[in-house]
Design a protein around this ligand. Structure first.
Ligand code: SF4
Ligand code: SF4
Length: 444
């Protein structure tokens, strides 16, 4: 398929990155690409989507990868899978010889193996310099479910109307469910057998970077997990702390041991982010040197410094995020600059995922979450007009319209970075406003 044709199909099909911020996939396609990397690292603990898709849909995913490699004229496609995903590795090994330009790369079981910059270094030894994007080193990184969606659009003309979501933690039967986009978190938790305890907090996304949500929030194109966690576990208590309390704690308890910097995955690859210097500057009001503050842009918010590295239980990540967001709101942009050398102790300083899971108090929740399909029988869906990065959609339906599953109901404005939005169930439109569209079906 020609590049322009594929871009058009992915725009119309509503394909965005299903594993992270949801960048529109068509905008990633480039004839500058030399290497396409499939991210099967499932970066965050407890999420079990990609490894299972890789076993159950291996040929569809490898075909989708081959299609992307061919269309972009890249030299190769790398299937990057964590060492412990044994059945995914087996599935890929049994099929990969049919795909001439694809090769398998086994990743270590570390956090954050799925961070694009870390992944590119692990698989190609190339460094994406600070403030730059992967294509500057000829790489494009794609998520497993995204590639499955590319394959479905190109071969079956299926638009994106469903999402795979792991539901885990304090639920009776952890699952990874294929559900229509727009169903509520409560519905997903019911599918997993309901809550095990009364006292819980729900996180949408992984324990390191996900956000606290309500049971009335809805699944979007980027929802990868719903985690029902005890209120006392670190991923919850850290999220409930305030900037004021984090700052006070930094002022009184930061020992400047620099462990947060020593284990920072971006610093280990030569980036200038040094969380301990930022903590010293912000805790003591040192403003004559702006570097620690400007370097906040080179933090990827992986959370390792606050959830794992800091022996004082401080929260460098939350303070870094607060500061970085403030700079962005004032229109400050990150500078592009070369990285320093890769730390020669990087191999020894990688954080094993199993240790992180123990530190987070989540080992008992790290259990199987088998794939189940729950696509039908949904009475109502609420589709957000902003599903991902880029421009939100504008509704192109009105109340009382009858729609069919897969029909376009929203589109970005002409020329804006975004993709089409489709009805995820057939039914009648009951609400349309600037933020969402509700569809009600006659089915139970
Ligand atoms: S690890 Fe904690 S105590 Fe040590 S420098 Fe970093 S923030 Fe301060
Ligand atoms: S969150 Fe902390 S460990 Fe992660 S990139 Fe930022 S400073 Fe480094």
């Amino acid at each position: 398929m020609e590049m322009l044709e594929l871009k058009k199909a992915l725009f119309e099909g509503g394909v965005v990155g299903a594993g992270g911020a949801g960048f529109p996939t068509y905008a990633k396609l480039s004839d500058q690409a030399e290497t396409i990397i499939l991210n099967c690292a499932e970066c965050e603990p407890l999420i079990k989507v990609d490894r299972q898709l890789m076993t159950d849909y291996v040929d569809e995913i490898l075909s989708g990868m081959q299609m992307l490699v061919d269309t972009m004229g890249a030299n190769e496609g790398i299937i990057a899978i964590k060492k412990s995903y044994l059945s995914s590795i087996e599935a890929v090994k049994s099929s990969i010889e049919n795909y001439k330009k694809l090769r398998l790369h086994i990743l270590p079981d570390i956090y954050p193996a799925g961070d694009e910059v870390v992944l590119i270094y692990e698989t190609t030894k190339k460094i994406v310099e600070q403030g730059k994007i992967p294509i500057t080193v000829g790489c494009v990184v794609v998520n497993v479910e995204t590639v499955l969606n590319v394959y479905k659009k190109v071969t079956k003309d299926e638009n994106v109307t469903t999402k795979f979501v792991t539901v885990a933690g304090l639920v009776k039967n952890p699952i990874t469910a294929l559900v229509p986009i727009g169903i509520t978190v409560k519905k997903l938790i019911d599918m997993a057998g309901g809550f095990l305890e009364e006292d819980f907090i729900v996180i949408m996304g992984g324990p390191m970077t996900g956000k606290i949500c309500s049971v009335f929030d809805v699944v979007t194109k980027t929802t990868k997990a719903i985690l029902v966690l005890p209120t006392s576990c670190p991923p919850v208590t850290k999220r409930q702390s305030t900037t004021k309390s984090n700052l006070k704690a930094a002022m009184s308890a930061c020992s400047q041991c620099s462990m947060c910097t020593s284990l920072c995955p971006r610093n280990l690859l030569g980036a200038s982010i040094k969380p301990h210097e930022f903590m010293r500057a912000i805790a003591n009001g040192i403003t004559y040197n702006v570097e620690p503050f400007m370097n906040t842009f080179y933090c990827v918010s992986c959370g390792l410094c606050e959830m794992y590295s800091c022996h004082q239980g401080l929260s460098p990540r939350r303070l870094l995020d607060e500061y970085k967001n403030g700079l962005r709101a004032k229109g400050v942009k990150p500078m592009q600059k070369p990285n320093g050398p890769v730390n020669r102790l990087r191999e020894e300083r990688k954080v094993p995922e199993h240790r992180l899971i123990n530190r987070l108090g989540l080992a008992k929740f790290d259990v199987a979450a088998p794939l189940v399909t729950c696509e039908t029988g949904m009475k109502e869906v609420k589709l957000l007009l902003r599903q991902s990065l880029g421009a939100p959609c504008k509704a192109c339906v009105k109340v009382q319209d009858k729609v069919l599953k897969g029909q376009i109901i929203g589109m970005p404005e002409d020329g804006a970075l975004g993709v089409c939005l489709h009805a995820s169930i057939s039914g009648t439109i009951t609400t349309v406003n600037d933020n969402f569209i509700i569809i009600v079906s006659g089915d139970e």
